[in-house]
Design a protein around this ligand. Structure first.
Ligand SMILES: C[S@@+](CC[C@H](N)C(=O)[O-])C[C@H]1O[C@@H](n2cnc3c(N)ncnc32)[C@H](O)[C@@H]1O
Length: 271
């Protein structure tokens, strides 16, 4: 089952106003740093070990509004295929890239990350930032990543990851409800899943403290802009998202919701 959360026009306006073009967490230098500086740093830190160049061919899955694809193309001059199931976000991404230096390097395509329309061994890098959380069949997503990567290619993942062992029964229920799955996986499950897909796991970083700052900053922004949003959005959309963003901010503050990074590589010789 695919998660079409972002196709709701009210949700699209809400994310656009509050998250901007980066629907992902940031890495903060301080508690009070502005969100855009921290989200830009997260992209840069994730790109660091990949040794991207004009020869690299990158597949981004779950590309949101396309800001990371543009960043990669502009920083490294690499070619990027940026994919999404959200037609609304893809349209925004194409428009935002038009006239930028990334325009000739990035293709935005509609594709479900569970079933990618690309040949085996095609890409040097598979990039998935805060998108795996939406899959109820994460092993299938990783198996597709493994298939389309060239031997020696990198998979880089950052994701919002709950700590299921710490969640109270009603918190677990709220998470299951939002993500339409009974399987709520923790960081160790992710590491095991990545290796089970055939990857060599190079690095895992626990960025939980940044999730706590980011969730608080997002909630503060939502509450500041509430009067303006009340005039634009259905009360039910605003109320539902305010409730879950408040809950996620509390869980992040309590160390029950984190943000983790994984770097993995497809072995040069597969068994
Ligand atoms: C939290 S947003 C992250 C967007 C983007 N990676 C970023 O960091 O700004 C999650 C993204 O995953 C996409 N997504 C959800 N399910 C998907 C699927 N089955 N296949 C591809 N993309 C999916 C959503 O449409 C959305 O763009």
């Amino acid at each position: 089952m695919v998660d079409l959360h972002y196709e709701d026009p009210g949700v699209d306006i809400l994310y656009n106003r509050i998250w901007g073009e980066d629907i992902h967490y940031g890495i903060y230098k301080s508690e009070h740093e502005e969100i855009p500086a921290a989200t830009r740093r997260a992209k840069a830190v994730m790109a660091e070990p990949l040794r991207l160049s004009a020869d690299s061919y990158v597949l981004e899955v779950g590309c949101g509004y396309g800001a990371t694809a543009r960043f990669l193309a502009e920083q490294f001059n690499c070619r990027v295929v940026a994919t999404n199931i959200s037609k609304t976000q893809l349209q925004h991404a194409r428009e935002a890239a038009t006239g930028t230096p990334a325009e000739s390097l990035v293709e935005f395509e509609e594709a479900d990350y569970h079933e990618l329309p690309y040949a085996d061994n095609s890409f040097d890098c598979w990039w998935c930032q805060e998108a795996l959380v939406h899959s109820a069949d994460k092993p299938q997503v990783l198996s597709e990543a493994f298939r389309v990567l060239k031997p020696g290619g990198y998979a880089v993942i950052s994701d919002q990851i709950f700590r299921p062992a710490k969640l109270l029964p009603d918190e677990l229920e709220a998470v299951r409800d939002r993500y339409h799955t009974s399987a709520i996986l923790g960081p160790a499950d992710y590491a095991a899943m990545i290796q089970h897909a055939g990857f060599e796991l190079i690095e895992h970083r626990d960025w939980q403290k940044h999730a706590a700052i980011h969730r608080r900053r997002i909630l503060e922004r939502l509450e500041t802009l509430m009067p303006q949003l009340e005039a634009e959005l259905e009360p039910a959309t605003l109320e539902r998202n305010h409730r879950s963003w408040s809950a996620w901010a509390t869980l992040a503050e309590q160390g029950k919701l984190g943000f983790d990074y994984f770097l993995a590589r497809k072995p040069r010789k597969t068994a």
